[in-house]
Design a protein around this ligand. Structure first.
Ligand SMILES: [Zn+2]
Length: 143
């Protein structure tokens, strides 16, 4: 009896809409996954309303921390977390795909911003410095 209840502890105790048991893993000490936790029901409904996806949860909780990326490297922890959330069933695969697409757009935007900054820095150098480059082909011939 005990060994069975020990095994049950690892997965959510709720039943899915088709009646089969929910197979989402839960943390030690909790009986339900995020999507079936009665204490999180209100939060979940708010997240679903925001996502507009009916009864299928695919959004993070409404109070999930804001994500900000100033550099491409800042995206690494987000992408790693998203990969793990999808793998654990905490985030719907289509939400993971959306995050991946948005991350790609953000990478392109950051690259364009960085190229523009580099261009602006080059433009701000005095013209004489840029003309006396290391590879000036006329430097040797002139003397
Ligand atoms: Zn569950």
């Amino acid at each position: 009896m005990d060994r069975k209840s020990d095994q049950r502890k690892l997965t959510c105790r709720a039943a899915k809409s088709d009646g089969s048991p929910c197979s989402v893993r839960v943390r030690e000490g909790s009986d339900f996954c995020f999507f079936h936790n009665p204490a999180k029901a209100k939060e979940l409904r708010a997240a679903q309303a925001l996502g507009g996806r009916g009864n299928r949860a695919s959004s993070l909780p409404i109070d999930a921390p804001e994500f900000a990326a100033e550099t491409v490297s800042d995206l690494i922890p987000l992408l790693v977390a998203t990969i793990n959330q999808v793998r654990r069933g905490e985030l719907a695969p289509n939400a993971g795909t959306t995050i991946c697409n948005l991350a790609n757009s953000l990478i392109k935007a950051l690259e364009v911003r960085d190229l523009r900054r580099l261009h602006d820095m080059e433009q701000s150098f005095p013209e004489s410095e840029t003309k006396d480059g290391l590879f000036d082909p006329n430097a040797e011939q002139g003397s």
